[in-house]
Ligand binder design. Structure first.
Ligand SMILES: Nc1ncnc2c1ncn2[C@@H]1O[C@H](COP(=O)(O)OP(=O)(O)O)[C@@H](O)[C@H]1O
Ligand SMILES: [Mg+2]
Length: 345
């Protein structure tokens, strides 16, 4: 089995992680006896040339779309979407399919589809550059429509007046060159749920974010600052475990997700969980990615390195099974070591 990993300079900003993360993933793949190669691309031509000239069985992309922007995700033109290019060539890949990838990077499209399917989501307005909105009641939450990794999020994202709202909209429009979302502020706990595997093998692993009161002024939000300083820890939720599992399951089904996604949700003013985001390419940093930390909480007694390796193998074997790649274009059998069968809980 040979895996081709596609990445580029936007790998970190699009959520997966930097080149070091990718190299760590390659290391655990090699340790399992499989082959892996990195295709680092700067533009669409390099991607197509690599896809057409290399030999591999399945692709794993760290990129939603090919981009030179290391600072933010931004809005991609149509021809740059990696999963679309893979579909055009009939190449199997790990993770959600092309249509779902486009939906997941667009928080407004995700919310729309979930709302139509009666999955609880916050009230949300899309505000384009040059436009604004006035509200009768406050607070509201303002964030970019297409970003990841808490870009543009701080306690100033919670606005209390028309003036604050306008100023935050200007900030999002000027910084990220894209529409902003004005969302119902969800004041309760925040959960993040790793969804691994497919069908009857799917594992849904919720954790609650724990942020010490001394780490923030007024609003406990997942900000870059708190993430960098490791001020957010995770626990298996007791209070709303079943609600989180049911919500994540439903969201993953409605959005037709595969292999590995991570869903963020928060409690509204009544304590009811609502989905704020579905990550189609969750972070895979071998030390501090949330998927790894979640996996470790559900596999106590294993080292961090073992947990990382199990997580990577679970994602890969889920995709191999889903694509029914029992043989291999490079004529080696699926590695037994990669078939993770052990139960989680
Ligand atoms: N409607 C909301 N109400 C309260 N907090 C929110 C809301 N939307 C996002 N947040 C906070 O902002 C963080 C980042 O938002 P999210 O939509 O998950 O985007 P991303 O993780 O892609 O940057 C969340 O983890 C949460 O702490
Ligand atoms: Mg998020």
């Amino acid at each position: 089995m040979k895996i081709l990993i596609i990445t580029g300079c936007a790998g970190a900003v699009q959520g997966w992680g930097d080149l070091e993360t990718t190299e760590n993933i390659c290391k655990v793949i090699r340790e399992s006896g499989s082959e892996v190669e990195i295709l680092y691309v700067n533009n669409r031509d390099e991607l197509i040339q690599g896809l057409d000239s290399l030999t591999y069985d399945i692709v794993w992309s760290a990129l939603y779309h090919v981009s030179n922007n290391e600072d933010y995700i931004g809005v991609a033109s149509d021809e740059l979407w990696v999963a679309d290019i893979l579909d055009q060539r009939g190449i199997p890949y790990i993770g959600p399919d092309a249509k779902t990838m486009r939906t997941l990077i667009d928080k407004s499209a995700t919310t729309f589809i979930l709302r139509e399917a009666n999955v609880p989501v916050p009230e949300q307005h899309v505000i384009h550059p040059g436009e604004t909105i006035a509200k009768e009641t406050y607070p509201w939450f303002v964030k970019p429509r297409f970003e990841s990794e808490s870009a543009g999020i701080s306690e100033k994202s919670v606005v209390h007046s028309d003036e604050e709202l306008k100023s935050r909209l200007n900030f999002i429009h000027d910084t990220f060159r894209q529409p902003a979302l004005v969302e119902e502020y969800l004041p309760g706990s925040e959960l993040t749920v790793a969804v691994l595997g497919n069908g009857k093998d799917r594992k849904i692993l919720p954790v609650v974010n724990v942020i010490d009161k001394s780490a923030y002024k007024q609003y406990p939000l997942v900000t870059v600052e708190l993430k960098v300083k490791d001020l957010i820890t995770f626990e298996i939720p007791r209070r709303n475990f079943d609600e989180a599992v049911a919500l994540a399951k439903r969201a993953a089904e409605v959005l037709k997700c595969h292999d590995h996604i991570r869903i963020d949700m928060r409690e509204d003013v009544r304590g009811k969980l609502k989905v704020i985001e579905v990550n189609g390419i969750p972070g895979l940093n071998p030390i501090k990615s949330r998927s790894l930390q979640i996996h470790a909480l559900y596999h106590l007694g294993y080292s961090k390195a073992d947990n990382f390796s199990k997580l990577i193998h679970t994602v890969i074997t889920s995709a191999i099974k889903r694509h029914k790649l029992t043989g291999s274009r490079s004529d080696s059998p699926v590695d037994e070591q990669m078939l993770v069968t052990e139960e989680y809980r």
